[in-house]
Design a protein around this ligand. Sequence first.
Ligand SMILES: Nc1nc2c(ncn2[C@@H]2O[C@H](COP(=O)(O)OP(=O)(O)OP(=O)(O)O)[C@@H](O)[C@H]2O)c(=O)[nH]1
Length: 569
Amino acid sequence: MIEFPRDPQNIIPTSSVKIVGLGGAGTNMLDRVALDGLDGAELLALNTDIRTLSASVAKERVQLGRNLTKGLGTGGDPELGNQAVMEAEDEIRASLKGRRIVFICVGLGGGTGSGAAPIVARIAREEGAFVVMFATMPFGFEGRRRREQAETALNELAVLSNALVTFDNSRMGELVLAKQGIHEAFAAADRMISESIKAVIRLVVRPGLINVGLDDLMSALRTTRSRCLFGSGIARGKDRAQKALRNALGSPLLDQGALLKDAQTVLVHLCGGEDLTLFEIELLMESLGKHVPETAQVLFGAAVDPGMSDQLSITLVSSLPEERLRRTMPDEEYRRSTPSLEPSVGFAAAAVAEDPEEAVEEKHEPEAEPPRSEQSGFSPVEEPVSPFDAEEGETEEGQAEPESPPTDEKAPAESEPEKPPVAEKKVLPIDDLPDLPEIDDLEEAAELADESEAKAEDKPSDPEEEIEDLDVPFAEAPPGPRGKAAAKPETGKEPEADSQGDLEPGSKPERKAAREPKGESDESLFSSPKAGQGELTFDSGPKGRFEGSDPSLVDGEDLDVPAFLRRKR
Ligand SMILES: Nc1nc2c(ncn2[C@@H]2O[C@H](COP(=O)(O)OP(=O)(O)OP(=O)(O)O)[C@@H](O)[C@H]2O)c(=O)[nH]1
């Protein structure tokens, strides 16, 4: 039997590990970890919102901003989150004292998590802990403000934490069907995060045949702005090694392994029952080698856990700098089978260069996304388009998809993919739109309203012009006060309206129309020479038989009288 070196110094007892859930999302992630079962590690929940805090399964809970927010959340204000955590600094410090490794789970974009995470990371570092941050980035549809708040916090966390693992909620939305609600998407994201936390803890905590240390983890998850590549798979029975690898590579964070092509360091951890063989390990590593560049440093760890019985698990951890991720793309065939839900993050780039380096050199523009209809394994329903997409610098080009890979003669960045007409862009049917998170529906609505207000100021003040712009999305609305909308497509004016937002319910146009003082604007609409459709009034018209015509009598029944009235008689 092969003797593997064991370094007892490298093993961290679970008692010196603390997992912190911060803010609403962080607390949910923490609960997920607890529910999935993680022996030994202590859990600490931190939140301003006393309602969610008290519902957490964590034994230790600390309320933030007791005097400041008085048990409520921060309403999406990171400044308040920052002040709130200061109030509880001593309690947090006491709870983290003596820990060797602290995992912090947080959803960035809101107030508590974004404002407090840098402070909690600093306290943990000051207490001598190795800090691994698991942070989610908001869904694309949550709007620009949340994304910016998240980015700001992320920049701070990149400096303050030892290892930063970011998950894009949008990306993890792929774990659920497009038609499923937001809760399922969050739950799926939480499961994935919980899986990776557990896998990382397994790596550094569980004594193994070949141990992986914190230094290895750190080099796999660099602290610079990088995106975590994570995959974990488990299988049993014949071919379990191949199956486990396939499952691990199937993680949406790995794009079937395509993203590993650019990784510089990959951490691989295997865990099996007592029947784990060297042959299986070799087989697995050989297969993995096809997905990892030859120059990559592969950090390998393996453990035997009798509890695994006949199962074999593999965990892959790596990272890719965001810059690189944005510009590197899987090959054409692969892109068709791996949809991205987050165009603004640019997981799917526009052009394919044989050499990823080439893509980095040449592609500096917003990148295109494959049309959903061509992507397999996913509902053809289009995701809702954020009303803020246009503001975020997202151009229609950014969403266009070249029909075929660019040729060698033409540099990818220069190739002009044929843009699909904007009118073809499908809008998710209202019934299929995901529910917004309950937590801050109202404040989100207020934020959206404010931003809409700001946008409205840039628009022409003439109500007619405004209505003209806003009407396009309602092209299929029934005629009436919006009669002009129905007439709109004939004017042939369609593309600009799309930049106004693709018209999720409750977006600017709808709200604005709802707020508009009815009489005046409707009147001006109908008196306008452009508005060729009047209102059909029902009061003055003849009912039943037309004047001057003979009754239609059949067997003594007047068929011009509505059937239900005839029956009454
Ligand atoms: N993965 C996951 N993400 C979530 C969940 N809830 C919210 N989020 C994300 O996390 C971000 C921050 O939300 P919260 O954690 O509720 O906000 P907070 O940090 O508590 O801040 P305030 O509520 O504003 O005080 C949101 O914008 C979502 O993108 C969840 O249950 N799971």
